[in-house]
Design a binder for this molecule. Sequence first.
Ligand SMILES: Nc1ncnc2c1ncn2[C@@H]1O[C@H](COP(=O)(O)OP(=O)(O)OP(=O)(O)O)[C@@H](O)[C@H]1O
Ligand SMILES: [Mg+2]
Length: 263
Amino acid sequence: MTNTAPSTADAHSAPGAGDFAARAHQIAKVYGSGDAQVIALDSVTVGIPRGRFTAIMGPSGSGKSTLMHCMAGLDSVDSGQVFIGDTDLTRLRDKQLTRLRRDKIGFIFQAFNLVPTLTALENITLPMDIAGRKPDQQWLDAVIDTVGLRPRLKHRPSELSGGQQQRVACARALASRPEIIFADEPTGNLDSRSGAEVLGFLRDSVRKMGQTIVMVTHDPNAAAYADQVLFLTDGQIVDTMADPTAERVLERMKGFDQPGVKA
Ligand SMILES: Nc1ncnc2c1ncn2[C@@H]1O[C@H](COP(=O)(O)OP(=O)(O)OP(=O)(O)O)[C@@H](O)[C@H]1O
Ligand SMILES: [Mg+2]
């Protein structure tokens, strides 16, 4: 497959480029102080290409969740800038940030975070209901059919399998057609078959619907569904891989298990 999308490295030279759904420019995030200080993100510059599926991998504690949370406006950065489209999140007031998150960003977490008293369909449309927006019925139908949940729409989460619940969470993230979806280990709680179901669906939503997705994962098999992988160690992006396979990702990850080996 030829890679026509901008490479992640372009973000360094072209911070104003429009082909990225999200960008981080020299972002830093430090937790604690003194001996307890942890540099979670160490001047990260990265662009997430629009309409592509990007995986983020790296050892535990390397800053993956921090990077996602900062890029998604769920956490603030100490320095640097974060853009969703052309909007600089670091310049927004709380209210504007909340609105941008609601309108432009979708989230999928490891714990599905569904509302137990609502049906699958009610869960899918909940963010739009809260925002007082009417779902685009045609789009909603397409999303529901893509996730294969039509026969399950009236069921509550407790009546659904783990994979089905996560597909509801995926549909909820997609329903409002966000600029970008951030997923933090979306298959972490699923068996391999349900995981494959969810990953196949995420990939389809990129290929067929043009969605942009960023996914943190520990699993080389999951990363192989993505178009590219970013590798993070010690709060820095140390490598990228286009068109990953599970074998190549696994091989690359082995290098990170040895202390002192960075890239
Ligand atoms: N709220 C916090 N307070 C203090 N330190 C934190 C906080 N959140 C994260 N850290 C530290 O920042 C570093 C990066 O954490 P982060 O959660 O981003 O890692 P991760 O790559 O997502 O790890 P994992 O694969 O285990 O989920 C870690 O050393 C972590 O201990
Ligand atoms: Mg994490």
